[in-house]
Design a protein around this ligand. Sequence first.
Ligand code: HEC
Length: 109
Amino acid sequence: MTDFKMKLPLIKLGCIVLAVLGLNLSAHATPDLANGKKIDQEKCYACHAKKSGFGNGDMIYTRSDSKVKNLQNLKTMVAMCNTELRLDLFPEDEADVAAFLNKQFYKFK
Ligand code: HEC
């Protein structure tokens, strides 16, 4: 009896770990494009509009001398802007923005 009681917290912990893992997996399977769009508008658009000199924050993604050549580049670039500028995005948010940018602008397979 005592034996089982002592294992209960462990079992509970196991359930929590599984639940968190499950959430993460489902977040990766279906990126939240609406969330990605919101983040782009709130955190990325204004600076890109200014720094690119286009006055339009979308155009940095469609400029002819784009630094981004494939999906991996895109993820790296998003991660770079995120960490360099300390925007403090969660990995899920980063994935959402990358997915949104790809769907909207880059259209890599
Ligand atoms: C403080 C300014 C600033 C912020 C904020 C910023 N960026 Fe950038 N970003 C830049 C600059 C400057 C470049 C161009 C870098 C270069 O040409 O090497 C760039 C380039 C990029 C590119 C590559 C564009 C291309 O096709 O060449 C991507 C993708 C990108 N940023 C994603 C993001 C995302 C996503 C966010 C928000 C989560 C973000 N950035 C926030 C300054 C910023």
